[in-house]
Design a protein around this ligand. Structure first.
Ligand code: C5P
Length: 242
């Protein structure tokens, strides 16, 4: 077996050098962390499920005409992705108040927001990913104004698309986090969607029972974590055969 060079290890994924320049292999781990790494655990089979779920959703997004880093699935835990220079922002889109938004503004979890709310957080573990404004992003040159325009437009279109996909599966898309990067191809630079879209970075509630089907089950010790991830894959019709 060829030993691939590991380029980066994150909390839930590892990036390896790809077969040709400009391509990487993204490996999905079962490891789970919460509270910026203060809580650690393993969700058995999570990597396999997130690989499938993210493949499915990224493919749909690509079909909308929004560029993504996803190229193809290689095996149960790995996908080939385009190399990007990550833009150090966590882009959160919210439809319903939950988590840190509910806490910050004293809202009851489950309150529908009058319109989708887009927030930016500066991706920096040492600082606990602080909430930032567009002004911070431009002043500190984390992204240009053109890039930020793309990110804003893409994020809202992705929200429409994902909300519809999940609604069709009886699931409410409460909120989610996206990451974007700069991809260079033939002297052209463009913003593309990177990272993953899975129950690790979305809040997903059953439309009938409001049961949580996402990583909040791990964060809040609600139990049945593996089952929740499986349920999402099953509802989307992408549950792999083990
Ligand atoms: O915690 P908070 O309410 O700000 O999270 C909003 C959304 O962003 C949730 O869906 C959560 O899963 C996601 N998120 C994430 N990674 C982070 C912070 C939040 O995927 N570091």
């Amino acid at each position: 077996m060829v030993r691939r060079r590991q380029l980066y290890e994150g909390k839930a994924k590892i990036l390896f050098e790809g077969p040709t320049p400009g391509l990487l292999v993204q490996y999905f781990k079962d490891d789970a962390t919460a509270g910026n790494g203060t809580k650690k655990g393993v969700i058995a089979g999570k990597g396999v499920l997130n690989n499938r779920i993210s493949e499915y959703l990224m493919t749909g997004i690509e079909e909308l005409g929004i560029p993504t880093h996803f190229v193809k699935t290689l095996n149960m835990r790995e996908q080939l992705v385009k190399e990007v220079e990550i833009i150090p922002l966590e882009v959160v889109v919210r439809n319903i108040a939950a988590g840190s938004l509910a806490k910050r503004f004293g809202l009851e979890e489950g309150t529908r927001l009058p319109r989708p709310l887009l927030e930016y957080y500066y991706k920096n573990d040492d600082l606990n990913d602080p909430l930032v404004s567009e002004e911070h992003i431009l002043a500190f040159e984390w992204a240009t104004s053109d890039e930020l325009n793309d990110i804003y437009t893409y994020a809202l279109r992705i929200n429409d698309f994902l909300s519809g996909v999940f609604r069709g599966s009886g699931v409410l898309l409460v909120d989610f986090k996206l990451e974007f990067g700069r991809h260079y191809e033939e002297d052209e630079k463009r913003v593309i969607l990177a990272d993953e879209i899975s129950p690790d970075n979305c809040r997903l509630w059953d439309m009938k029972t409001s049961e949580k089907l996402d990583k909040d089950r791990f964060r809040r010790d609600l139990g049945q974590v593996e089952q929740a991830y499986q349920e999402v894959a099953k509802r989307l019709g992408v549950l792999p055969e083990f």
